[in-house]
Design a protein around this ligand. Sequence first.
Ligand code: 76R
Length: 248
Amino acid sequence: MNEAAVTLDGWYCLHDFRSMDWTAWKQLSSDEREQATNEFLTFLEKWEVTAGHKQGSHALYSIVGQKADFMLMLLRPTMEELNDIENAFNKTTFAEYTIPTYSYVSVVELSNYMAGKDSDPDNDPRIQARLKPELTEAPYVCFYPMNKKREGNDNWYMVPMDERRDMMRSHGLIGRSYAGKVKQIITGSVGFDDWEWGVTLFSDDVLQFKKLVYEMRFDEVSARYGEFGSFYVGTHLPKERLPQFLYI
Ligand code: 76R
């Protein structure tokens, strides 16, 4: 019997990680740098209009550590729009001074482990808001991809639905104890990218990421079945601070 959890899928998501080629950037005149910076700002302003029409959302974060200098997270109703944005961005002069370091393609996902029997997701505004999330301006972000293990006796995909539901209930309870401290967006990427889910966390307090992820490590679903990729942590980079971030 097919016991796949039924998923609700929302906006498509691209996490685009770039480093700056500071050496090349420094060779430009300050006028050229200003022009390239304005090109990026024009994109951000265009995306703000899209967000205003509730046709997507985006967020820009400066990444700490050598894995990247910044992360652009984009949400759109279709994969085509993400692809168009990516191509348009790559054609800018500004992009010539960036080095792609990582990207992640996924779709906002809610699974039905905890769904009530008579829920009607299409007409539930809370569910719709979670499927098409407006990215907040939280000061901190944490992103990592993950899998559920398929190894010997520890194969998530062979565990009966009831047992998975029990484990997800416990997972959700830990998560809920961080309500108001950490906001999570789970994006599904089976068939889209190299891991099964992307986890994007937002917080006002960067330490809460460590506390939440550590606590979950002791919970069965993470302890037994969680496999994790690289972690990225960053600080919010509002449009207004972009010129300063790029200033030489
Ligand atoms: O959607 C819900 O609120 C119902 C409960 C829930 C589900 C179904 C939930 C709650 N999550 C669900 C699904 Mn989650 N989540 C992660 C990670 O680092 C780790 O160990 C795991 C990474 C974190 C930090 C996190 C946080 N969750 C999932 C799934 C899909 C599983 C599947 O379909 O098999 C993954 C991969 C995953 C991973 N989770 C919550 C949180 C938080 C903070 C909550 C509470 C949300 C809230 O109630 O506001």
